[in-house]
Design a protein around this ligand. Structure first.
Ligand code: PHE
Length: 354
């Protein structure tokens, strides 16, 4: 049988070249690739092993010893490098996963104030900046304040059960000495007009924010419990121009300098003349436009009279705006549920950037 080509110098060279590259390898993947290149099927070492069988007996022995030594050298270099790279990768992983045990932990996640609360404070700040007083009347109110004092006739439809929560059994008795009315959950903040007139007298510049109640179902645009802001000014010589001025200023304070208001004739028993008030809303989705924002008018002389104020000497204006509506418009919120469900993540969005 003829001898297959066997060149000890060439095998030795290739193996030492492989060992050199192994020492330089920078990760385990590269190391594995070197192993198959220098000891796999196509390598000089593998070819030499296969050739040994065809060599003459005396060459076979030295060739066998050489290949054995080269394999051992290569294996040692490989093992050494593999251990070293494994250690390095382990160190790197541990460094990356390190946890700083000394960092402070947020054990009690912070809450956030409801955007409605903040809006009401903004509105109150607006009035305080004009020198007005802030007042707050009771939510469980005498029917007399909620309706009679505001010139609602005894059969006015708003008194009916579908709008008003009547509260059983209680008879009103209040600081002004009034006794004997049924109790209702107030349906608007306007009873604070009469309360302020009676308890503070004239001249009067008061704003009242607070909760009001109507027998509506909760849906995307209604809630049975909502908030209003009431404003009433009574003084000598007040006119509708004063009303319009305050409304425009409030609109600008809430919605930016471009916002303004317009009035459309309407009817409320407690104001005469009365108007619906629309807001010019420049940032509305689908283009700028007028949006209904509240009710207003000149205080009806009957209301002044029922609070003991002389309508020949004094006149006044009043308006009421819905706070939820203001918030929905201002922040482009589409669903009332977001306002009433109390998910702190909703409120947190409004705390950002402050
Ligand atoms: N109270 C009225 C309402 O709830 C709004 C309003 C307030 C109208 C003051 C005129 C004057 O709709």
């Amino acid at each position: 049988m003829a001898e297959v080509e066997f060149d000890p110098a060439a095998v030795t060279d290739e193996v030492s070249e492989g060992i050199g590259e192994i020492r330089e390898a920078s990760d385990l993947e590269e190391l594995k690739a070197l192993k198959s290149r220098y000891s796999g099927a196509g390598s000089a070492m593998a070819r030499a092993s296969r050739a040994i069988g065809s060599l003459s007996a005396d060459r076979k022995k030295t060739a066998g010893q050489l290949i054995g030594k080269l394999r051992a050298d290569f294996g040692r270099a490989y093992g050494l490098k593999e251990g070293q790279l494994q250690q390095e990768e382990e160190d790197r992983r541990l460094r990356a996963e390190r946890v700083d045990m000394t960092l402070p932990v947020d054990r009690k996640p912070q809450g956030a104030r409801h955007p409605l609360t903040r809006l009401m404070e903004d509105v109150e700040d607006f009035f305080v900046s004009m020198g007005w007083r802030i007042a707050q009347g009771p939510e469980l109110e005498a029917e007399w304040y909620n309706f009679d004092a505001l010139n609602f006739g005894p059969d006015h439809p708003a008194r009916q059960m579908q709008d008003t929560f009547y509260v059983k059994g209680n008879q009103a008795r209040d600081a002004a000495g009034f006794v004997g009315s049924n109790m209702v959950m107030r349906t608007h903040t306007s009873p604070d007009q009469a309360r302020s007139l009676i308890t503070r007298g004239v001249p009067l510049y008061v704003a009242c924010t607070g909760r009001v109640f109507r027998t509506d179902e909760l849906d995307a645009t209604h809630t049975p419990v909502f908030h209003q802001c009431e404003a009433i000014a009574v003084d000598e010589h007040l006119t509708m121009a004063d009303l319009k001025g305050v409304l425009d200023k409030l609109a600008a304070a809430m919605f930016g300098p471009e916002a303004r208001t317009r009035l459309r004739p309407s009817y409320f028993p407690f104001t005469e003349p009365s108007a619906e008030m629309d807001l010019w809303f420049p940032d509305r989705k689908g283009g700028p436009g007028w949006i209904e924002w509240g009710g207003c008018g000149m205080v009806n002389p009957n209301v002044l009279r029922s609070a003991g104020v002389d309508p020949d000497k004094y006149s006044g204006f009043a308006f009421g705006v819905g706070m939820e509506r203001t918030l929905l418009l201002r922040h482009d919120i589409n669903d009332m549920h977001d306002l009433v469900e109390g998910d702190v993540r909703f409120s947190q969005q409004f705390e950002m950037g402050e």
